[in-house]
Write a protein that binds this ligand. Sequence first.
Ligand SMILES: Cc1ncc(C[n+]2csc(CCOP(=O)(O)OP(=O)(O)O)c2C)c(N)n1
Ligand SMILES: [Mg+2]
Length: 410
Amino acid sequence: MDQAELLRLFKQMVVIRHMEERCAELYQQGKIGGFLHLYIGQEATGVGIVSARGPNDNVITAYRDHGIAIACGMEPKVALAEMLGKATGCSKGKGGSMHLADKRLRYWGGHAIVGAHIPLADGIALADKYRGSDSVTICLFGDGATNIGYFHEALNLATVWSLPIFFVCENNHYGMGTSIERASAVPEMRQKAAAYNIPSAQVDGMELLAVRAAAEQALAHVRSGKGPFFLESMTYRFRGHSMGDPERYRKQEEVRKWQADDPIGKVEKLLVERGVSQAEIEAREAEAEAIVVEAEKFAEESPFPARGGRLGRHLCRDQGVLRPLRARARARHAYLGRGHRWGSRGRGHEWAQTSGRDHDHQLCFSGVGPDRQPGGQDPLHVRRPIRSAAGHPHHLRRRQTIGRHAFPDT
Ligand SMILES: Cc1ncc(C[n+]2csc(CCOP(=O)(O)OP(=O)(O)O)c2C)c(N)n1
Ligand SMILES: [Mg+2]
């Protein structure tokens, strides 16, 4: 890879890292609603894979989708606006963090149901094959998704129909709070591809160049008409599964070990080895930071979607929808065993609040604004602090610094 391309990808990774750090803050401030799954630590995988795609190749992923969206060419301001529920977002503020998508970029999202987008990738690839195009569909998913039925059905059909699909498993070693050892029958996710006669490889997902090279090989294989290929990228998320994850399932020692392998620090080191000056690297970092500052300003200043509209009518005003959501929230509060109260903040916005031992938590249901998604499938998801991040121990503990872990001398 030439210097200019390496610098471009370095900057892209830094943009993703900064954006994710800002997302964490905005979430703590209550400006991002619903769930938020950060990509911090996995940047080399997303950027390495997507940078290898051809102009007509499709990309589809799960809910840990912000980094992939940026790698696909989505402007950070559009992604952030979507997360803040603003009308200028890629889904007009009605999709949120887990549903970043833009068909003009051939980026098909952002999907919240584990594994459910894998058969969709089959469909996209089938359409391309039917039309006689040479496009490949790149389908990213987590290690946890390989244990679900959709995955197996989709891999089976991909071989039966010889579909042009590049399956990429981002193995970050955990599905929520469950380690792969406790959830998977086999230690390597790529072994599952063998059952469907799909050739596979494994790559160090913390090494940008290794991921890029593996992706190029895989894409060439698929594009030559040999059917699907499966790549397992060994990576790690430095933050919790989603915001508010107390991370009782892993030791900080383990997290620190992986942080020392920071994928951004590694690219920085490589740039220095290739003779790029520290000033040039810092200039790219500053440009990346400025893009994110500008994006946040744009998102904050953008308007919320207008009231009404089809989605608003269905989600907000249709009591038939709201009632079951309310019942579900009541059940959740009973489960958490905490006192609760109900209220309304106008605009069809129903909310509930509990008081916990450590700090307050809230669940929100709404069709508009930052709290527009139904929250809470489990205690990991619903435990999020109200408003300010001040004094929140998880937040303070996990602030990241770009590159410094892997490259302490600069
Ligand atoms: C069908 C389904 N079951 C359960 C969940 C709850 N859930 C959300 S994320 C997740 C873990 C998935 O782990 P993995 O595929 O490894 O992705 P990662 O979060 O590590 O990126 C689970 C079980 C869900 N969203 N959908
Ligand atoms: Mg995982």
